[in-house]
Design a binder for this molecule. Structure first.
Ligand code: FMN
Length: 196
């Protein structure tokens, strides 16, 4: 008997590469346990990937935080999904999100909340980041997982004057991988439950 692994799609926009490296880290987490297949979809390739997204078990959204919200290209993608929305194509799929900005806060929560509302509009089921906050005690460090202390999704930080070869730092990339790993595990359980 052949078993088809669940697919976790990652739809993202990245202006300068920082969100892209996070998307790749999420994808590595998705495939870390060999329990799911990752599909990376830049927002400008959305139209060519609609059928693949409709078939995916989960979709993880990634956008930089620009002006306290998702970027313009990511919002264009959101609006372009209205056809899938009216047809309820993504209803019942798992959803999650990640974002990066230059400042520690940078109003990233607004971006993740936009993504969660967007997922709810589609009838998707939002999966948060099940990691206790790091770097919030005298024993904490910048190397901690979830060093910016978010539950709703992954928050990462990239110094404005450094390229994506350096930032966001390894801790944020590992945190992104944990989100991918979590969604992959849940997607397998969810697909099994739906098949029962
Ligand atoms: C138009 C624009 C708006 C931005 N707005 C914010 C912001 O609201 N908060 C913040 O901390 N950083 C802000 N930044 C910095 C970006 O979030 C940061 O450089 C991020 O790493 C870019 O990700 P990307 O390389 O995937 O585009 C902004 C950058 C741009 C270009």
């Amino acid at each position: 008997m052949t078993t088809t692994l669940p697919t976790v799609a990652i739809v993202y926009h990245s202006g300068y590469g920082h969100t892209k490296v996070l998307a790749e880290a999420v994808a590595s987490g998705v495939e870390a346990d060999g329990a799911a297949t990752a599909l990376l979809v830049p927002v400008d390739a959305y139209e060519q990937n609609i059928e693949a997204l409709n078939a995916a078990d989960a979709i993880i959204f990634g956008s930089p935080t620009y002006m306290g919200s998702v970027s313009g290209p990511f919002k264009t993608f959101m609006d372009a999904t209205s056809g899938q929305w009216i047809a309820r194509k993504w209803s019942g799929k798992l959803a999650a999100g990640f974002t990066v900005s230059a400042s520690r806060s940078g109003d990233k929560l607004g971006t993740l909340m936009q993504m969660a509302v967007f997922a709810a509009q589609h009838g998707m089921i939002w999966v948060g980041l099940d990691l206790l906050p790091g770097n919030n005690s005298s024993k904490g460090s910048e190397d901690d997982l979830n060093r910016l202390g978010s539950f709703l999704g992954v928050m990462a930080q990239a110094n404005a004057d450094q390229g994506s070869d350096v930032v966001p730092p390894d801790a944020d990339r590992r945190t992104a991988a944990v989100l991918g790993q979590r969604v992959a595990g849940l997607a397998g359980r969810w697909a099994t439950a739906n098949a029962a």
